[in-house]
Write a protein that binds this ligand. Structure first.
Ligand SMILES: Nc1ncnc2c1ncn2[C@@H]1O[C@H](COP(=O)(O)OP(=O)(O)OP(=O)(O)O)[C@@H](O)[C@H]1O
Length: 608
């Protein structure tokens, strides 16, 4: 175990004590120096952003900071555990990416890697399995796409085809209509799959690789035609993939890289059976043969434990202060009764349009619990003069895509959404996330508010807390305290009540940072009792500050946040304690995902 890159001044990197059982000698690493921001103009927000920011500033809740990206020095604790972890890369070139991929990185305007990219890329390039936990909006997509695309390009070039001989492509004249991708990226929603597909295409530009996407809700015909032309990298939602494999249109036998984005969501109760089917029963190479990578902003220990079934001697990284949401998000919580919510919302929207040109609204994402409420609120807002759209699982895919487009473009700057929009979606310039209905779990809260405050930009999140949300109180207090936000006294009182906060995962009472799911569960005192003296702690930990990347500034990633929330009502607080007790892994593991629409039917709820 070592602290990499201590610059001797304790500034750029700091040594963080790290428990180690059997630590192999660390690989020497140069002191990574934060890349200076070039041009001096990087922190100028585009006019649109500034305008949006001003609107939210009018709320007096801060957070958007005039649209400026906060480039002040941040301490970014990074923890790496697992045997023989490679050192982080100082830049994209140092990560050893293929030339063609480096050119694409430059085309994207990425000047330097974000912290999670610095750590993850060398691990993936070294052929290692990885579980990576880093905060929302910190660049996880590129952290897996870049090394995977690079790994796919290399053998294709070596085969003399400059990439055109990619394995996933059907030979001309072949009657084999089965696509055999070498890389598979699984994502929980259609919109997220589409987004990853776009990113992967950018990074594969002029490499000769074919990137194809497959998700439900649209006719399969076009996707199949695309696949017939070959697929080196397939991005898919689980349901559509299973369908295609069962129809023998996709074979997973050539998979070299398997990535699960939003991995904790993919492995919770809703998706796990499908994932197990894909990974274990569909001819995919065994975990010792393929390379598996899991990414999320939240990784509760019980999901980590499950996930380890899919991984082979993996490295765990957590980038960012464990248990924090990003510092870039101003969080505000209002106590409201259900009957007051609409009035509160209207006030909020009126206030935030003050000072905006033509009383325009900044991009505002409003989360509600049910599909019905999403529609109803959208129409009501419309009737009050606020152009709003809605995205949820009862809308057709075409409607969902058009809603997202309309929101992104600002044509309807308010979007009412269920949890289908809570994970992964990267809509630049979302200024305000409003949790009209709070989610059931603190993880879902973290992902939802993470739709703002992305890529170094600041944002605001407001939550309406009703009596029925009491199980979330403890998790919220912990999260806001971690993020150094003011916690309302009434919320603390809720959290302090023995039962409130105790029955959700938010109050499950894992000790210290373990409870946030941002730490390698193999470090828990119980781990290893059955597995012998496994030297899990061979990594390092460090901190960086002053990171700035590309044309954006970054603050550090944030580890996962406490607790499975969900459905806590069925569990008395005795199950988990009301805080302070240690998590007991020996007890049967129960985890209750919160389904967006209050249903346990994954496809009906709009997840794929
Ligand atoms: N090195 C970089 N330099 C500049 N911008 C970057 C860099 N890496 C990623 N970005 C941008 O940052 C934004 C957020 O990235 P991304 O969507 O991958 O975040 P994420 O960590 O996957 O978030 P979430 O947890 O919400 O899914 C994207 O717009 C992306 O283009």
């Amino acid at each position: 175990m070592a602290a990499y890159g201590d610059d001797g001044e304790g500034s750029a990197w700091s040594t963080v004590p790290f428990r180690s059982r059997r630590a192999p000698p660390p690989a020497p690493a140069p002191a990574p120096t934060p890349t200076p921001r070039g041009g001096g103009g990087d922190d100028r927000a585009p006019p649109g952003v500034r305008e949006l920011a001003e609107g939210v500033e009018a709320l007096g809740i801060g957070g958007v900071g005039g649209g400026e990206r906060r480039l002040d020095k941040y301490d970014i604790p990074v923890e790496v555990s697992g045997q023989g972890a490679p050192a982080p890369a100082d830049g994209f070139e140092a990560a050893g990416l293929a030339e063609a991929v480096l050119r694409n990185v430059a085309r994207c305007g990425y000047e330097s890697p974000t912290p999670v990219q610095r750590y993850a890329m060398p691990i993936v390039m070294a052929g290692r399995d990885l579980m990576a936990c880093a905060q929302t909006g910190s660049g996880k997509t590129a952290a897996f796409c870049l090394p995977v695309v690079s790994g796919l390009v290399a053998p294709a070039s070596a085969a003399g085809g400059g990439g055109s001989g990619a394995y996933g492509r059907r030979d001309r004249g072949s009657f084999d209509r089965v696509a055999k991708p070498r890389a598979l990226v699984l994502a929980p929603t259609r919109e997220l799959a589409a987004q990853i597909n776009e990113e992967a295409k950018k990074f594969s530009f002029q490499t000769g690789l074919r990137v194809v996407v497959a998700y439900g809700g649209t006719p399969m015909y076009n996707q199949l035609r695309d696949l017939e032309r070959g697929a080196d990298l397939l991005v898919a939602t689980p349901g559509r993939l299973v369908d295609m494999v069962e129809r023998s249109r996709v074979s997973l036998e050539a998979i070299k890289y398997l990535v699960m984005d939003e991995a904790d969501r993919m492995l919770d109760m809703g998706f796990e059976p499908q994932i197990r089917k894909i990974v274990d029963m569909m001819n995919m190479p065994k975990k010792s043969v393929r390379q598996t990578m899991l990414f999320s902003a939240t990784f509760p220990p019980e999901i980590q434990r499950l996930a380890s079934d899919f991984l082979n001697n993996y490295i765990f990284i957590t980038v960012g202060r464990i248990g924090s949401s990003t510092d870039l998000i101003e969080q505000k919580i209002e106590f409201v009764t259900d009957g007051q919510k609409r009035g509160f919302l209207l006030d909020l929207l009126h206030k935030q349009s003050v000072g905006m040109a033509n009383s325009k609204q900044p991009l505002t994402l409003i989360f509600v619990e049910t599909k019905r409420e999403a529609d109803s609120l959208r129409y009501w807002l419309y009737s009050k003069g606020f152009p709003a759209t809605a995205i949820h699982g009862d809308r057709t895919q075409q409607e969902r895509e058009s809603a997202l487009r309309s929101f992104k473009s600002g044509a309807t700057p308010i979007m009412v959404a269920t949890d289908v929009a809570s994970r992964g979606l990267d809509v630049p310039n979302v200024a305000h996330v409003i949790n009209y209905d709070l989610p059931k779990s603190i993880e879902d809260y973290v992902h939802r508010i993470g739709r703002t405050g992305r890529a170094g930009k600041a944002g605001t999140a407001t939550a309406f807390f009703a009596e029925s949300n009491h199980t979330l109180a403890k998790g919220l207090v912990e999260l806001m305290t971690e993020a150094k936000r003011d916690v309302p006294k009434w919320l603390m009182e809720y959290a302090d009540r023995p039962c409130y906060g105790g029955s959700s995962y938010g109050g499950r009472g894992r000790r210290g940072s373990d409870r946030f799911g941002g730490r390698d569960y193999r470090q828990s005192s119980d781990y290893g009792s059955s597995s012998g003296d496994y030297g899990y702690n061979s990594g390092y930990s460090g901190g960086s500050r002053g990171y700035s990347g590309g044309n954006r500034g970054y603050s550090g990633g944030g580890g996962g946040v406490s607790s499975r929330g969900g459905g806590g009502s069925s569990r008395g607080c005795d199950d988990y304690g009301s805080g302070g007790g240690s998590y007991r892994p020996s007890a049967p593991v129960q985890y209750y995902p919160s389904y967006p629409m209050g249903t346990t039917d994954v496809s009906a709820s709009g997840w794929d």
